[in-house]
Write a protein that binds this ligand. Structure first.
Ligand SMILES: [Zn+2]
Ligand SMILES: [Zn+2]
Length: 133
């Protein structure tokens, strides 16, 4: 049983892997549609402009972008990488930071199987020629 407080409104709700209650989820969904419609109607706009046009919070707009949900509009919107600040179109980190993070995470866990040429040490050529001298 997971009772928790909604991250957005603070209301206690039965959590099914979500961090926000169903009511807030519905509102978020509505916001998403609003933002999407706005982009379809206006084309590429900056996040503050979308915010002004839709009254959806900047934070939420960025969340939609990070989740990759606005990609279907065909308009490329960018948020900043949480690590280095580079503009990215999806997720939390840019590719470089993602690589750096996965590398530091997976270090020691996965051994790179580089194929080393195995030297056949047991197959010496027997070149002993018997000579009857
Ligand atoms: Zn809520
Ligand atoms: Zn980065």
């Amino acid at each position: 049983m997971g009772l928790r407080n909604c991250k957005l409104c603070g209301q206690v709700f039965v959590s099914d892997s979500y961090k926000i209650c169903s009511q807030c989820r519905e509102e978020e969904e509505q916001d998403f549609l609003t933002v999407k419609e706005y982009i379809y109607d206006h084309g590429k706009r900056s996040i503050p402009e979308i915010h002004e046009g839709t009254e959806v919070s900047v934070k939420r707009i960025k969340k939609f972008i990070r989740e990759g949900r606005l990609m279907e509009t065909g308009v490329e919107l960018t948020v900043e990488c949480k690590r280095c600040g580079a503009p990215i179109t999806e997720g939390d980190y840019c590719k470089e930071c993602r690589d750096a993070l996965t590398n530091s995470l997976s270090q020691g866990n996965s051994k790179d199987k580089k194929e080393e040429p195995k030297r056949k040490s047991n197959s010496r050529m027997h070149t002993s020629i018997w000579r009857d001298d």
